[in-house]
Write a protein that binds this ligand. Structure first.
Ligand code: XMP
Length: 512
């Protein structure tokens, strides 16, 4: 392993994006809470630190833990972004004006002193700002390297190893942002490209072989998504038929999911697949439930019950394998920075907290796009690793109000049409998610001379980088028209199709 980059999380919405960009540039990165810094720095494998953005004001808090970074020996290169920029200014005696941020969104930046991180950039470029406080005076002997059109200090350096930007180099709206991060990695931290997720495969498999004893068996819940299928295939490479995969049909899954999973695992040489149709159990529990958090809770609990019933019937099962990926690890380790619960995003039911089995999470260090690269390397069919994310509670979060067989069937069929038409038009791979939603809204239609009080189906297609923010996809009208006609013609009882045109925020991606 080469040197890694630590991204310190101050609760900014782009923290994961910074870490992902660093990995895209071939350097392994980890997100760390400020209070865990000491333990991380002890290992001496950190080649640089990035201080993320954050929602608070640096004027309101103590920054004592950060001294560990600035006093590290040998000295650590540091890049501060937005809130990180202000933290650095505060630490070294600069002046910050509270609420002085006059610029938000795309802002023109002018370079006035070209330092190592601005190397190779044009004299002027557009960058993304999202600030409230600003640095109005840099620390003594520091150099201001760029300013905005309004004269705000937008970047500065101590001319040695500490750099900071008021704007966000990690977002795509910042021109040459990736170049800034690359300059920091190569010219300031002196770390070359070394991280390649596909190359980790043999050591992951080796690790699993050494962890699971010859007489022990492993169970793994597979849903048909890229994370669980990749987890199962990796495990079967390591422990072969000591792996049992379990596919639970909750009745809330996408069309043809059972066949997909069976075919894929068979093709990949995964031997023991147990499938169970538990749909009537789930539907019974969901009867009359309209609240979406309640739905999530019920589905999670029922899933654990069904899963444990199967697991307890198998001999010598000691391990539970899960398709947990890096954002799940970081999220579950959160120290309460996020103030409001928006949605409880559990992956199929929070199994680890309740089980006595030991846990295997071979993908816990990887982002989704890295898992896709690993899946590709394993030879998993393209259809699986290019699949859109699908929520753990399944179609229950796409059926507004009570979940019943009729609405589920409409949602499932309509979503399959949306996906099929986007694939036909070559658009599927360009969007984050595309699906249909059905609720209780009705629309009167005339089908074959008969008046029908039918359902309204809403199509949601969004573009996103990480699901944290999203924009509605400006879909071609001809594609939309084809989708709408097919839904009304092919699915009984649907009389109206609408298209969702709100971005996230304020709307979320899934309706419930
Ligand atoms: P929202 O709807 O919060 O979704 O904008 C953001 C991303 O998360 C997925 N999602 C979930 N995933 N369990 C999951 O495993 C859930 O309960 C859940 N709710 C939303 C959603 O599909 C999108 O990609």
């Amino acid at each position: 392993m080469g040197l890694k980059i630590v991204v310190i999380d101050f609760g900014g919405q782009y923290t994961h994006l910074i870490a992902r960009r660093v990995r895209e540039l071939g350097v392994y990165s980890e997100i760390v809470e400020p209070e865990n810094l000491e333990r991380i720095l002890e290992k001496k494998d950190v080649g640089g630190v990035i201080l993320s953005g954050g929602p608070r004001s640096v004027l309101d808090e103590s920054i004592a833990t950060l001294d560990l970074i600035f006093s590290a020996s040998p000295p650590l290169p540091v890049l501060g972004v937005c809130y990180g920029h202000q933290l650095i200014a505060k630490r070294f005696g600069g002046v910050i004006e509270k609420g002085g941020g006059r610029e938000y969104g795309r802002t023109k930046i002018k370079i006035i002193h070209r330092d190592a991180i601005l190397d190779g950039l044009p004299d002027e470029f557009w960058a993304w700002m999202s600030n409230w406080d600003i640095v109005v005076k840099p620390p003594r002997d520091w150099v201001v390297t760029s300013i905005s059109e309004k004269g705000t200090i937008t970047s500065m350096t101590d001319n040695s190893r500490i750099y900071s930007t008021q704007f966000h180099p990690e977002v795509t709206h910042t021109e040459h942002g990736l170049r800034i991060l690359e300059n920091f990695l190569r010219s300031v931290c002196h770390i070359d490209r070394w991280w390649n997720p596909g190359e980790q495969l043999s050591s992951i498999i080796e690790n699993l072989k050494n962890t699971v004893r010859e007489d022990e068996r492993v169970i793994c819940a597979v849903s048909g998504g890229v994370d669980s299928v990749t987890t199962a295939v990796i495990l079967s490479k390591a422990i072969e038929d000591r792996l049992y995969c379990i596919f639970i049909d909750t009745g809330l899954l996408r069309k043809n999911e059972k066949e997909n999973v069976e075919n894929t695992l068979k093709k990949m040489g995964v031997k023991n697949l147990i499938t169970i149709d538990a749909s009537s159990r789930f539907l019974e529990k969901l009867k009359g439930v309209r609240d979406s958090e309640m739905k999530r809770k019920i589905i999670g609990e029922e899933f654990i019950k069904v899963f444990e019933e199967i697991a307890s019937s198998l001999p010598n099962v000691k391990w539970l394998a899960q398709g947990t990926i890096y954002p799940d690890v970081v999220e579950s380790g959160k120290t309460g920075r996020q103030t409001a619960l928006i949605k409880s995003h559990h992956n199929v039911g929070g199994l680890p907290e309740k089980t006595t089995l030991k846990i295997l999470e071979p993908l816990r260090d990887f982002y989704k796009d890295e898992v896709r690269a690993i899946a590709q390397k394993l030879g998993i069919p393209r259809d699986i690793w290019t699949r859109h994310p699908f929520p753990g509670p399944g179609l229950a979060v796409r059926v507004i109000g009570e979940v019943n067989v009729e609405k589920l069937e409409i949602c499932r069929e309509a979503s399959a049409i949306v996906e099929e038409e986007l694939k036909n038009a070559g658009v599927y791979d360009c969007v984050w998610q595309a699906f249909a939603v059905v609720g209780d809204d009705r629309w009167v239609g005339v089908i074959g001379d008969k008046r029908v009080d039918g359902y309204t189906v809403t199509i949601r297609v969004v573009e996103s980088i990480d699901g944290m923010t999203a924009d509605w996809y400006r879909i071609d009208y001809n594609i939309l028209d084809k989708i709408a006609r097919r839904i009304v013609n092919e699915i009984p009882k649907v009389t109206m199709v609408t298209y969702a045109v709100s971005s996230k925020p304020p709307s979320t991606i899934e309706p419930c």
